[in-house]
Design a protein around this ligand. Sequence first.
Ligand code: GLU
Length: 287
Amino acid sequence: MAARPPETGLMISRATPMRHLVRLLLIAGVALAAGAARADLLADIKARGAVNIGVKDSVPPFGFIEEGSRRIVGYDIDFATAIAKGLGVQLRTVPVTTATRIPELQQGKVDLVIATMTHSAQREEQIDFSLTYFVTGQRILVKKASGITDAAQLAGKKVSSVRGSTSEQNIRKTVPSVQVLAFSDYPAAFLALAQGKVQAMTTDETILLALQLKASNPADYVLLDGYVSQEPYGIGIRKGETALRDAVNRVLLDLEKSGDARKIHDAWFGPKSQLPLKRNFRIEPGK
Ligand code: GLU
């Protein structure tokens, strides 16, 4: 060490950090550019002039094909329409299922998901969510004739639900010995109950009520008292798309402020609707 000329040591220690710094700056620059490109879906949507929104098409009254007009309509569709309008672009709806909606969002097949999707901590690891725009809870539907009045009576019995749903997971926690038959959509899960292949069906109360209403014999079915869980719905957004998430949240807050969000609720769940439900929530910042 002592033999080395002091200048050399000085030169090395100066040059090395400099080269490192340049390289680091280059890497940071590339990362920033890549990040910006990925996090600019809002700009892409605006340039494209259309937003692709994943929606359900067999879940009344959220997203379903209206008899006669054959148009896709529902609570979620009204929100999708309002979001597209708020972003100043056209709406393109893309049918998704409970199991496909998150992968399709991650792969960029859709820009947003408005599809009866609960904002859960587990899903937050995969995607981002908007503010809550609907609140419901999970319940259990049985045939009256079954005599089942309590979830505990489902021990060892078969219950239908949908693959990839919170409903499927929650019921396993509530009744650990239950056998869950997971279908790809809710009409199929309901058919299993109607045909006696399962003793109960479980998912969000609103979905169950709408299916019961559409059945040929609604009076044959009954909802068990009590909730399995609370299910706040959020709009799914790819992780890191903060500009898009902020823009969506701005539209949601505007809809609440103008009263349009309540109007959408009233259209599907108001006193004159087929499914009257109290609106016991508001779209609020931070929720
Ligand atoms: N809200 C529940 C969920 O996100 C059930 C409804 C659905 O499958 O979309 O899993």
